[in-house]
Design a protein around this ligand. Structure first.
Ligand code: DX5
Ligand code: ZN
Length: 217
């Protein structure tokens, strides 16, 4: 299987959200990336459970929910109820990360951990065997359309190595500033999944842009 593509609805047109969901349904994308921001962990506020429940009624692919919120453990059950299939929390936002991961899995979701650009991948060493996904942030989280942080490519390479050493089956997903050029280098470094927001939804044909990302090698 090729690279997994997870278009971020943060860059969708919220006045025509159902059309953009249909576009992703009809494309080669694999997941829907849903960014939840609380205005505390990141300096921005996006959307929450009621919008996600409505997205779920239309989406024909798994919901890949990225929580940029403090104390994510308080809302795990609610995100399951509104339709999350993969639930990713930030390493920097969860004090008892191991417990949080077990709670996500006990609710029947796949569990992910996201790393901010300043957090080294080695911090995941003891939790990697428990994880389904690691989300490497290649921008500082909070906004779409930012420029790619170069060091992320090295982090993907280091994480690929650490996954091998720890016998983990976690997928490596990368989020922020992804386009055809950065995407190709991330795949070469070992990425399994790419999130793309503005590159997809601000393009003339999101379906063709997603197809182009799927064809990257
Ligand atoms: C940023 C979000 C991203 C965002 C990516 O905090 O986590 O998912 O939508 O947007 P682009 O692809 O435009 O960098
Ligand atoms: Zn995201």
């Amino acid at each position: 299987m090729g690279v997994i593509i997870s278009p971020s609805l943060l860059s969708a047109d919220f006045l025509h959200l159902s059309q953009d969901i249909e576009t992703v349904n009809n494309s080669e994308a694999d997941w829907f990336h849903i960014d939840v921001m609380d205005g505390v962990f990141v300096p921005n506020i996006s959307y929450g459970m009621s919008i996600i429940s409505q997205i779920k009624t239309k989406a024909q692919k798994p919901l890949d929910v990225h929580l940029m919120i403090v104390q994510p453990e308080r809302y795990i059950e609610q995100f399951r109820q509104c339709g999350a299939d993969i639930l990713t929390v930030h390493l920097e936002a969860s004090t008892h990360l191991h417990r949080t991961i077990q709670q996500i899995k006990a609710c029947g979701m796949q569990a992910g951990v996201a790393l901010n650009p300043h957090s080294p991948v080695r911090l995941l060493e003891d939790i990697l065997p428990e994880l389904d996904v690691v989300l490497i942030m290649s921008v500082n989280p909070g906004f779409g359309g930012q420029s790619f942080i170069e060091h992320s490519v090295n982090k993907v390479r280091q994480l690929r190595q650490l996954i091998r050493e720890t016998d983990s089956r976690a997928l490596i997903e990368v989020d922020g500033g992804v386009n055809n050029e950065t995407g190709a280098r991330l795949i070469e470094a070992g990425a399994d999944a790419l999130v793309a927001g503005s590159f997809v939804f601000h393009s003339a044909s999101p379906v063709d842009t997603i197809k182009g990302l799927k064809e990257l090698k």
